[in-house]
Design a protein around this ligand. Sequence first.
Ligand code: AQP
Length: 339
Amino acid sequence: MEKSKKENHLVFSGVQPTGNLHLGNYLGAIKNWVNLQKTNKCIFCIVDLHAITTSENRQEIKKNTREVAAAYIAAGIDPNKNIIFAQSNVSGHSELSWILSCHTPIGWLNRMTQFKDKAGKNKEKAPLGLYSYPVLMAADILLYKSTHVPVGEDQKQHLELCRDIAQAFNRNYNHNFFPIPEPVITGKATRVMSLKDGSKKMSKSDPSEQSRINMTDDSEMIRKKIQKAKTDSLPFPNEILELDNRPEILNLINIFAALSNLSSEKIISDYKIKDFSAFKKDLSNLVGEEISKISVEMKKLLEDESYLDTIIKKGSERADEISEKNLKELKNIIGFFGA
Ligand code: AQP
């Protein structure tokens, strides 16, 4: 029963090829995909159309696209079993995005906090694409009639919008065309914070290299970054309640928990009798072991551009086939001429 239920699942997720893939992308998203692929049909996109929404990210898209594909494969995603592809290679994403934008009230977009954060004070000068980014994200997901979307906590609001758009479309045409996709926000580090400031999420665009562990860092680099990670002047906490106003320590404990599979309570009880340096040393080893294995594999894969290009090309063809079929059905529901 459980197995046949999962056969109807279609998992979709993606990462922007904007360089500096980091531990947050890994723990919040990619690591969970590796488990999901065991029991589900999965489509993993490299969302390059999203990458051009801000001017800083428009350089080196091709190189960064290969880097994301290498990260997926190095982390354990099987490119034969799953579809790995580049969003811009499947025109259905842009087409559906337009159709969905005609069914999305502006008021819904005005609530999106990521636009407010990224546009800052200069909203009038922000590109339209940055504002309508969540509609394109909804199109990415709905184009394949995806049922489950594994993402980090920061994407929760965009996913809620995607569900609202799907429901609005189904209601407007009185047709259950789109499944309403479920967010899958799992793991013990769904929001990994900056190593320099526990109130900011770890992010590719943070100008400080010290703020994040990159998926291309080696063990020595990881050790140095964790040694320097901000903590406070208080001793290691004695109990979980003490973490309330200590965001940097909470972040490090969450990362430890996500990689060791130990509960935060167990980690606290193991280290409260030791000190921060013992904790950071063991955390460096944990992160180093997992990430440096991936970074070594990524480097090997990146040396073989033609292998990566073939994976992305073949994946794009497979994605395009599904996209074409679903778009045809959808245009027919709308009643476009020739559909
Ligand atoms: N800090 C994070 N903790 C947990 N999950 C995270 N994700 C991103 N940052 C964290 C998850 O990674 C997936 C891909 O993210 P993205 O490529 O779409 O970029 P983003 O969310 O905009 O990531 P950044 O690093 O913050 O990029 P910039 O700095 O360019 O804005 C998503 O599932 C996301 O939830």
